[in-house]
Write a protein that binds this ligand. Structure first.
Ligand code: GAL
Length: 409
């Protein structure tokens, strides 16, 4: 009965859209080929429900888009809805009362009963009130490998990080870049986090990123991680691209062996017509420990004075979590759905691996959920320096890292 009541209430929220069509400007940073294909699914669904999606794509990825989005909201020029990573990025906006409380939508749809893992909803919740609609789970914990690159170099496709490292000289001899890496700060920082989980293990990652334990950050397990990162830096030395999807394209075209990147990379393989297991491989946890991190994207709804806009914001929130949108959007995006009660049988091999790991519960939160944007920014700055300066030693970088963790919030 409880579920029926909730379904009816949710239907009423969604169904209300037909009565009053409203335009909502929606900002996001989904501008690569795969991302654009995925966001189009959201726009189509919103338009089909009777409202109008005004697309506010901001080029240049999250690092560029977030400051623009946040300053618009702070500066009194709020959009109708915006993407952010669920976690701590919106903390200050919520504290300032600038984001709409959508608890009524969450309750009407029974989000506490359907969202999985529940940490996604917790990341949207402050003092018991819900401020965002999570749309996906995006895991950072992957390396994407090119069949063509390994075939051209005449070496076997690696099955784990050690084999990947061992195959690098053969790739270089064949004129390939072993590791594709773009120059945006978040890319090297994200890759470093993946290397840390694979080499030092999830407990060390948690001690640092959740408990902010500076001793562990300065300790011997992380020393191995920094050595591995220095190795990765050398393997990426000839990767001169800027954007993450340009780096993915090096893998798609077989110019590079692999890329450590979140599973949004799947969208790029998909639009390029590549098939998992045939053209590319994906190793969760770098093939060392099959794990996924459960960060991702969520939509927030800046407070507006017009009650019609507020009603449309709530209709969009309800729609984003609906089973139909969850299936169509996540299949295009390469992300995992935020609910387990939907049919993902059309998922490709890599998504299936992710779904199986999620079901098995070997999951970690994302750094965006555990570290403040300020701390994440400091780590990104350090990583830019480290990855760009081959003379910066692993030990020096580790000392600075431990200092950041000592002061982290
Ligand atoms: C992440 C976002 C993903 C993906 C990626 C690259 O922050 O969660 O959806 O788009 O950026 O743009």
């Amino acid at each position: 009965m409880k579920l029926t009541t909730k379904l009816l209430a949710a239907t009423a929220l969604v169904g209300a859209s037909a009565a009053s069509a409203t335009e909502l400007e929606v900002t996001h940073w989904w501008t690569s080929g795969g991302e654009a294909a995925a966001v189009a699914k959201l726009a189509e669904a919103f338009n089909a429900s009777g409202d109008t999606w005004i697309d506010g794509a901001i080029a240049g990825s999250g690092g560029t888009a977030r400051p623009i989005i946040i300053s618009r909201i702070l500066g009194g020029d709020p959009m109708g809805a915006t993407q952010l990573n669920h976690g701590r990025q919106a903390e200050e906006l919520i504290e300032a009362g600038l984001l709409l409380d959508i608890t009524d939508v969450a309750e009407a749809q029974g989000w506490r009963d359907i969202i999985n893992p529940i940490s996604l909803l917790d990341s949207c919740t402050v003092d018991g009130r819900v401020y965002c609609a999570p749309v996906n789970i995006h895991s950072w914990q992957w390396i994407w490998l090119s069949h063509k690159a390994y075939a051209d170099a005449g070496v076997a496709m690696p099955t784990n990080w050690d084999e990947f490292v061992a195959s690098a000289p053969a790739l270089e001899a064949a004129g390939k870049i072993p590791l594709a890496m773009g120059q945006q700060p978040w890319q090297s920082s994200g890759a470093f986090g993946v290397i840390a989980v694979a080499i030092a293990g999830p407990d060390v990652w948690k001690a640092i990123n959740i408990d902010k334990n500076a001793e562990v950050a300065a300790g011997p397990e992380m020393a191995k991680v920094f050595e591995a990162a220095a190795n990765a830096r050398a393997m990426a030395a000839n990767s001169n691209v800027q954007d993450w999807n340009q780096a993915t394209n090096l893998v798609i075209t077989g110019q590079a062996g692999g890329q450590i990147m979140g599973d949004w990379a799947q969208g790029e393989f998909q639009v390029a017509g590549q098939v998992a297991g045939v053209d590319y491989e994906c190793l969760p946890g770098l093939g060392v420990n099959e794990i996924i991190s459960t960060g991702g994207d969520a939509f927030y709804f800046p407070v507006q004075s017009d009650p019609e806009v507020e009603a449309a914001q709530k209709r969009l929130a309800a729609l984003l979590v609906s089973p139909e949108v969850q299936v169509s959007f996540n299949l295009a995006k390469g992300s995992l759905p935020i609910r387990g009660d939907i049919d993902m049988s059309a998922a490709n091999d890599c998504m299936r691996k992710g779904l199986a790991i999620l079901a098995g519960g070997n999951i970690l939160p994302d750094g965006n959920q555990t570290l403040s944007p300020d701390t994440s920014g400091q780590i990104e700055d350090l990583m830019v320096e480290f990855w760009n300066d081959p003379n910066m030693s692993a030990a020096d970088a580790q000392a600075q890292y431990a200092e950041i963790i000592a002061n982290a919030d």
